[in-house]
Design a protein around this ligand. Structure first.
Ligand SMILES: C[S@@+](CC[C@H](N)C(=O)[O-])C[C@H]1O[C@@H](n2cnc3c(N)ncnc32)[C@H](O)[C@@H]1O
Length: 239
């Protein structure tokens, strides 16, 4: 199994339905606020690696159009069925992103995606995202795991989230289950991509963006990082 297959399976990463719902509500609230801050008006937004997007309506309410892209066909089918009546939302497979007109997007978001990508995949997406963004448009890369951060940090963040969200018992049971799960096995064999702040800023600069780290990460895990990268008007120099 690889990460793509894992996300297409019945992923038990959430310890309970309440955890999953609070996770997606939190992400959507943060994203809705960020969209309003980065591109006031009626922006066109792509959420790449959107997952179940359980509260995407909140983000869509701030947009003229919201593209939701996910590589997992089973995830896309559920998102499509749930948001079928929302005329602002279009669900896309990754190879369908190519059909979005170049220079048309105000914001691209990738939350909790990069850790599951190889560096080659990430570099390919940076080229694609830059092409689809307007000059000055914003790429939001969030939930980036810094080097040296391990599973214990994530477990601590989950327990704090669970304590405030009222699902602590489920989180403790879930952590015990996770220790034996496919997620933990894949984390051990495939690993998760990690980037330091300086490394990420250098990657984004080389890819043609003016990037800064945001003081707060999107979502509950503040050990992870969010970057805002504006598409610069200059052509990208060959490496
Ligand atoms: C950890 S989930 C994050 C979901 C959501 N963004 C969130 O923050 O909750 C990662 C998602 O990225 C999707 N994914 C993985 N690789 C992808 C790719 N190359 N293109 C689009 N989606 C991808 C997976 O199917 C999965 O749904």
């Amino acid at each position: 199994m690889n990460w793509r297959e894992y996300w297409n399976s019945d992923t038990p990463i959430y310890v309970s339905e309440r955890h999953k719902l609070l996770h997606y509500r939190g992400i959507a609230s943060d994203l809705a606020a960020l969209v309003a801050e980065l591109a006031p008006g009626d922006p066109i937004v792509l959420d790449h690696g959107c997952g179940e997007a359980l509260a995407a309506e909140r983000v869509a309410a701030r947009c003229e159009k919201l593209y939701l892209c996910d590589a997992a066909p089973n995830v896309r089918a559920r998102v499509e069925a749930r948001l079928a009546d929302n005329i602002k939302v279009t669900v896309l497979a990754p190879d369908e992103v190519d059909a979005i007109p170049d220079g048309s997007l105000d914001i691209v978001v990738a939350n909790s995606l990069l850790q599951y990508l190889t560096r080659l995949e990430f570099d390919g997406l940076l080229v694609e995202w830059r092409a689809k963004l307007k000059v000055g448009g914003a790429l939001v890369l969030a939930d980036i795991i810094p080097s040296g951060t391990g599973a214990a940090t994530d477990a601590g963040a989950l327990l704090r989230f669970a304590a405030t969200g009222g699902f602590l018992a489920a989180a403790l049971a879930g952590l015990a289950r996770t220790a034996l799960s496919d997620y933990r096995k894949l984390r051990g064999t495939l690993g998760l991509a990690r980037y330091d702040e300086g490394e990420m800023l250098a990657i984004l600069t080389a890819a043609g963006f003016d990037a800064v780290r945001r003081p707060r990460n999107i979502g509950h895990n503040q050990a992870r990082m969010t970057f805002i990268a504006r598409k610069s008007g200059d052509p990208v120099k060959a490496a």
